[in-house]
Design a binder for this molecule. Structure first.
Ligand SMILES: NC(=O)c1ccc[n+]([C@@H]2O[C@H](COP(=O)([O-])OP(=O)(O)OC[C@H]3O[C@@H](n4cnc5c(N)ncnc54)[C@H](O)[C@@H]3O)[C@@H](O)[C@H]2O)c1
Length: 329
């Protein structure tokens, strides 16, 4: 079996690759893995260092928009797990072109090549942000897509292309939509690693607006296990939400971090709210639970403590990345 992982040098894709090669997914125990990654600012070979010597891993630096390369790599592939994307909302507010290119055109390039190569399963990793913002309750998969940022609009475009390749061509595509991931190896401009690394350095953390925006937190290990369930047994043409079950306002999360890292409220720097800032995300993951037996298993307190410990112990990983991090406000 051969698995093509796009974006496998990023935060979530590298976790999936490390888990797979480490034997966490018995159904894929003997799989050969091809990682295709452009190594943008968010991609990092160091994220794969623990599996770099595994003879089953082949790393290819390249762009998912490169049709010739993608076509060549797709030959003989059984399963595609597509993580590659421009993923930071704040960057999409400054300029959306790269988001449209990678997230929409790149996904289309992969879908076309997967169709030609007759791959057995294509898992398109998407986001809860495609649904927009919800004040109460949780979104089921049938909810209309109402993306509000250029990032989520580009992701929604790629979701619709994935659906269309199933409807039009019968390509066995599944789409997963997850909530906010956390864990080790996340680029230190996303909220959680930015705040942890700032506090480790004795620096203030920038909190958007009134801090009342609500996010559901999902440990990257649970997310990748959900993706794996979909890769193995998801029904072609279906969408699956993957949630973590821990909703917190950004202020509540910040207070948890201050406590864990021995800092006080003076370390919080309120900044003007993000443009178009979605107030609340909440996915209903009843479908993947009922159909595929998914449930989040990482306790949030333990997951957060482990994540903080990882950043504390891996300064050599994140310190060189901090100058490239986009910090607004
Ligand atoms: N991080 C989250 O909380 C979260 C939440 C919901 C959905 N997602 C989705 O999960 C996926 C992975 O997210 P992440 O947080 O690991 O992102 P990331 O930004 O950490 O990693 C993205 C990876 O894709 C690579 N890449 C970017 N453009 C490319 C291109 N044109 N060709 C090849 N490779 C390219 C980058 O080099 C990087 O390694 C994304 O599709 C994202 O939309 C993430």
């Amino acid at each position: 079996m051969r698995v093509l992982i796009t974006g496998g040098a990023g935060f979530i894709g590298s976790h999936y690759a490390r888990q797979l090669l480490g034997g966490a997914y018995p159904e894929f125990a003997d799989a050969e893995v091809v990682v295709l990654d452009k190594l943008t600012y968010a991609g990092n070979r160091a994220n794969l260092s623990t599996v770099a010597d595994d003879p089953r891993l082949r790393f290819v630096q390249g762009d998912i928009c490169d049709a010739a390369l993608v076509g060549e790599l797709m030959r003989g592939v059984d399963v595609v797990v597509h993580f590659a994307a421009e993923s930071h909302v704040d960057r999409s507010i400054l300029g959306a072109s790269d988001f449209v290119l990678t997230n929409v055109v790149g996904t289309d390039t992969l879908l076309q090549a997967a169709l030609a190569a007759e791959v057995g399963k294509f898992v398109h990793v998407s986001t809860d942000e495609v649904y927009g913002s919800i004040d109460e309750g949780s979104w089921p998969e049938e909810h209309p897509l109402e993306p509000n940022s250029p990032y989520s609009a580009a992701k929604a475009g790629s979701d619709l292309l994935a659906r269309a390749y199933f409807r039009t061509h019968g390509l066995p595509v599944c789409v997963t939509r997850c909530s906010n991931n956390y864990g080790p190896y996340q680029f230190p401009e996303k909220m959680l690693p930015l705040f942890i690394t700032n506090l480790l350095d004795g620096k203030q953390v920038p909190l958007y607006g009134d801090g009342g925006n609500v996010r559901d937190w999902l440990h990257v290990t649970d997310h990748c296990r959900g993706i794996q369930l979909v890769a193995e047994s998801g029904r072609p043409g279906e969408m699956y939400n993957i949630g973590g079950g821990t909703e917190l306002t950004n202020r509540e999360l910040t207070e948890r971090l201050l406590t864990e890292l021995g800092a006080d409220a003076s370390m919080v720097r309120p900044v003007a709210d993000r443009k178009g800032h979605d107030r609340r995300y909440s996915v209903d993951h009843a479908k993947i639970s009922a159909e595929l037996g998914y449930r989040p298993t990482v306790d949030f307190d333990e997951g957060l403590a482990g994540t903080i410990r990882w950043y504390r112990e891996n300064r050599a990983w994140w310190e060189p990345l901090k100058p490239g991090a986009l910090v607004t406000g």
